[in-house]
Design a protein around this ligand. Structure first.
Ligand code: NDP
Length: 284
């Protein structure tokens, strides 16, 4: 039987409605959640991402500003801009659009964002909170992926979860979130020997690699939940890391690409911005 689809578009629409309501409630208390996005240079893909973020903010009533800095911006100028936004009470969230031009130090820049305004969840303080199982800002993509997994209604306790990809922004935080859900977690990467042996054990399989169709149908346990984070542009089309046509014959639930996890990522950014604004009320 074909797998059921975890529809990121539908889930996002429902969540954005809830976010709009909470934004409206905050506005009644005199607080408008605000997001500042810093975009350095003219990377076309980044410009599209930033536009989608602005649209999401407008749709939910979040105030947003994009600060477009030239591709020649120095590290000091970038960090000064971040510090200015840290001090600006209109913004509860600050996001530096990645990748930065090669001459800039991404890690140093991200560390300048106040952890409570780090709505991408990339600051080491937030990554550390997740590792320690304490509340903090969780990175948008794994947060959205976990939300989708929960929508299956499956009890995660004791399940075998396999995450393929160990980046700081997707794979590692995803593994930590699944561990918090009491899954038994395996984290695979490019040096993993016999990847299929691991993936075939997975009740929950998350692919976050960046290689189109890497996960074939025969690498999936029958009945598994398959979450495809990959975004690969092949001949002008967007494809995931999972060979969808094969996988949907084996899995119980699956996320499509496009229309799956990618949709949820921006929605989680909106949610993180809203939550940062809500926390600022309680901090007063
Ligand atoms: P990275 O390139 O940072 O990490 C890729 C990971 O995949 C690495 O850990 C790498 O291992 C591992 N890997 C590479 N080849 C293999 C292989 N053959 N077998 C097993 N593991 C392998 O990518 P990101 O984590 O940033 O992104 C992953 C994918 O998710 C990309 O397609 C990206 O576009 C997409 N993405 C989607 C988002 C969304 O909103 N849907 C958001 C962010 C990313 P090693 O560490 O050993 O090199």
């Amino acid at each position: 039987m074909a797998a059921k689809i975890l529809d990121g578009k539908k889930m996002s629409e429902a969540l954005r409605l809830q976010i709009s309501e909470r934004v409206a409630a905050l506005k009644q208390q005199g607080i408008t959640p605000g997001l500042a996005v810093i975009l350095v240079g003219n990377d076309p893909a980044s410009e599209i991402y930033v536009r989608n973020k602005e649209k999401g903010c407008a749709e939910t009533g979040i105030f947003s500003t994009t600060i477009h800095m030239s591709g020649e911006t120095s590290q000091q100028e970038l960090e000064d801009q971040i510090q200015a936004l840290n001090a600006d009470e209109r913004f509860h969230g600050i996001l530096v659009q990645l990748p930065l031009p090669a001459h800039l130090d991404e890690r140093k820049a991200l560390e300048k964002i106040l952890p409570e305004k780090d709505v991408d969840g990339f600051h080491p303080v937030n990554a550390g909170q997740l590792l320690n199982g304490h509340p903090g800002v969780v990175a948008c993509t794994p947060k959205g992926a976990l939300y989708m997994i929960h929508q299956t209604g499956i009890d995660l306790t004791g399940k075998e979860a396999v995450v393929v990809g160990r980046s700081n922004i997707v794979g590692k935080p995803m593994a930590m979130l699944l561990l918090q859900e009491n899954c038994t977690v395996t984290l695979c990467h490019s040096r993993t020997i016999n990847l299929a042996e691991h993936t075939r054990r997975a009740d929950i399989l998350v692919a976050a690699v960046g290689k189109a169709g890497l996960i074939r149908g025969d690498m999936i346990k029958p009945g598994a939940v398959v979450i495809d984070v990959g975004i690969n542009r092949i001949d002008g089309k967007v494809r995931g890391d999972v060979a969808f046509d094969e996988a949907e014959q084996v899995a119980s639930w699956i996320t499509p690409v496009p229309g799956g996890v990618g949709r949820m990522t921006i929605t989680m950014l909106l949610q993180n911005t809203l939550e940062a604004a809500e926390r600022s009320v309680h901090a007063e």
